[in-house]
Design a protein around this ligand. Structure first.
Ligand code: NDP
Length: 485
């Protein structure tokens, strides 16, 4: 492999790379070939201990800085990420198998956006003065302490930054555990933050599977847990955090509706459905995987969709012409192929794809099922792969009721040329991150997160500050105390 996939060690703790070969060996596999590209070790108890001790120490030092000084470190880190975008993107592609044509534009760059945005906000985080007649009060916005970040495997750089940037801006430290499937990228985020001036221990990365995550979540020295992952993991982590009354942010899965009315611009609607199902080979939590198409436009939609899927360049992620890569792992390909088999068994009409590709790596062809009904498993469960379910509908009330008939509520999209209808429908859809005549945009300036089982709290935007800080209220009496005796 010609890319720099070899980290100096498995973990980044207390300002330096750290190895402890007593930990279980973890193989990092390049999804486009199946080759082992790095070997790391899971964090031992000693590594976890060092991470937590150094994080607590660094947090006190960091919180004592002027907020603008903290912001400056984050903005310097953003600049370093942008300068190194190509190398970071190549690493992201090695870690995840996502094509460079994606990673060059949405991974380190969106991580840098978060560092820049929250770096800029750091100096503006203030409490307020509250007049109380002769007396008065004020609030102080304080950090929570040590935050734990747990990452999914689909956007390892972005997740490490989306959690780290607001946490650090508020004066917290972070111990981040990437997914064991994609452990490489977060190490670079830690290295860059340290180089930008973050004190040793402020942003630590420890490797391992759920066991390591659970040890961190259960530790009394941890004040907040932010997870990006599946609903079943979310349930476990939320419950463990509740035991210690810790703050949580849960960014979980979805089965989001994308509603296409027959007055929609056909090319844009097809483009939105492609972005919302096949970008990152469908491994995106907010994907609009239930595509409700109004009957009048259905056949034209399917025809144009299949034509455009035929133009996909499936291949080597490192070739910048490639725009569709493999699944992250053999296991994930197996899960996706299982759902495809179930879709066929349930009687959905296979319009295109439906098979694993005959080549090295974990590729699944972009797959579309039509005539899908609400009760089919492929319309109810998150697949997390390139499988679109197209469902028909007749009218607005019907589609809203069906779109909301899911325990999830991460995202929703509407394509229509009637903007009043667009806003009306979005207003009635139960979802946290919505789109009108677009799909899957996630700028740092807009809150991101889910309703219902898809999550708790929001990432990005000013509101993320609420989830990484707490208010202290101070009552100030200006006169004498009147006590009853
Ligand atoms: P998982 O839920 O399997 O894992 C998420 C993280 O939690 C991993 O680092 C995992 O470790 C860790 N973990 C697992 N069990 C525990 C535990 N008991 N205690 C603490 N940590 C634990 O998710 P995936 O990595 O498979 O990612 C796919 C899922 O993530 C999908 O459902 C997707 O929708 C969701 N997702 C949500 C996003 C959002 O913003 N809403 C964005 C991206 C993905 P390990 O896997 O290494 O064992």
């Amino acid at each position: 492999m010609r890319y720099d996939t070899q980290p100096k060690a498995s973990h980044f703790v207390d300002g330096a790379y750290l190895e402890d070969s007593a930990g279980r060996e973890m193989e990092v596999i390049y999804p486009a070939s199946g080759a082992v590209i790095a070997r790391l070790h899971e964090a031992t108890d000693a590594v976890i201990e060092k991470a937590l001790v150094s994080a607590r120490r660094a947090q006190a030092e960091w919180a004592a800085l002027k907020p603008v000084e903290r912001g400056r470190v984050l903005r310097r880190a953003a600049d370093l990420m942008r300068e190194r975008n190509r190398a970071l993107s190549e690493l992201e592609s090695c870690d995840t198998g996502k094509p460079l044509s994606e990673t060059l534009y949405v991974d380190a760059t969106s991580g840098a956006d978060a560092l820049e945005y929250f770096g800029g906000l750091a100096g503006a985080l203030t409490g307020e003065h509250v007049p109380l007649g002769a007396d008065w009060g004020y609030t102080i916005r304080e950090p929570l302490g040590v935050c734990v970040g747990l990452g999914a495997w689909n956007y390892p750089t972005q997740i490490a930054c989306w959690k780290g940037a607001p946490a650090l801006a508020c004066g917290n430290a972070m111990v981040f555990k990437p997914s064991e499937t994609t452990p490489l990228c977060a190490l670079k985020v830690a290295e860059i933050l340290h180089e930008a001036g973050a004190p040793a221990g402020l942003y630590n990365v420890v490797q391992g599977a759920g066991r390591v995550g659970a040890a961190l979540v259960g530790d009394a020295r941890v004040d907040k847990v932010s997870l990006t992952g599946s609903v079943p993991t979310g349930r476990k982590v939320y419950a463990a955090a509740a035991d210690g009354m810790k703050h949580v942010t849960m960014e979980l899965g979805g089965k989001s509706p994308l509603v296409i009315f027959d007055d929609a611009d056909l090319e844009n609607a097809v483009g939105g459905a492609i972005l919302g199902n096949f970008y990152s080979s469908g491994q995106v939590c907010s994907n609009g995987t239930r595509v409700f198409v109004q009957k009048g436009i259905k056949e034209a939609f399917l025809q144009r969709l299949v034509e455009r899927i035929g133009q996909a360049k499936i291949g080597d992620p490192m070739d910048e012409a490639t725009n569709f890569g493999p699944m992250v792992s053999e296991a994930q390909r197996g899960i996706v192929m299982g759902y495809i088999a179930q879709g066929k068994d349930e009687g959905a009409r296979l319009v295109c794809g439906g098979e694993a590709l005959e080549r090295d790596g974990f590729y699944v062809a972009p797959t579309v099922f039509a005539d899908v009904t609400d009760d089919m498993v492929i319309a109810r469960e998150e697949i997390f792969g390139p499988v679109m379910a197209v469902l028909d509908f007749e009218d607005e009330d019907e589609v809203i009721a069906r779109a909301n008939d899911t325990p999830y509520g991460l995202s929703a999209g509407v394509f229509t040329s009637d903007l009043a209808r667009g806003h009306r429908v979005i207003g009635r859809l139960q979802a946290g991150s919505c789109f009108i005549n677009s799909y899957n945009d996630a700028p740092v300036e807009l809150p991101f997160g889910g309703a219902k089982m898809s999550g708790v709290g929001r990432e990005n935007a000013k509101v993320a500050i609420e989830h990484y800080s707490q208010l202290k209220s101070v009552y100030v009496r200006m006169g004498d105390v009147e006590a009853p005796f």
